[in-house]
Design a protein around this ligand. Sequence first.
Ligand code: FE2
Ligand code: FE2
Length: 148
Amino acid sequence: MAEKSDAVTKVSKALLNQLNEAIARELQVAIQYMWQHVQWGGVKGFAVQSELRSIAIAEMKHAESIAERLYYLGGIPTTKPTPIFVGKTLKQMISQDVKDEENAIKLYTQIVEMARKEGDETTNRLFREILQQEEDHHDTFTTLLEDL
Ligand SMILES: [Fe+2]
Ligand SMILES: [Fe+2]
């Protein structure tokens, strides 16, 4: 596939690589939360499953938005998720999800800063919006974990 090269905004290879890392992680959590939604069990799981479903869908939208931006900037979006961990118990599942949201917050804070330094306002704004949603997810999973 030919890479796009007509973007007005030019960014570093390092930033493109970080965007692909972000896509790999979004694909991971989209699948992870979806399969956790399918495999939930028990009374406590009943309260958790609809959150898992709606957050899984949000992560898929993040993957798509980031992929659109990466492609516009001349990169090719990865199709490979980072390793998926579903977990056997609800506690295992949600503990892992809290960590994955923490990692997303760290990575996206870096990307916001890189994009700002490189004068890429659109990527900066996109990741500030996504970052806010990851903080909400982190808050949701942390709160759910308290009762597991
Ligand atoms: Fe996300
Ligand atoms: Fe998230």
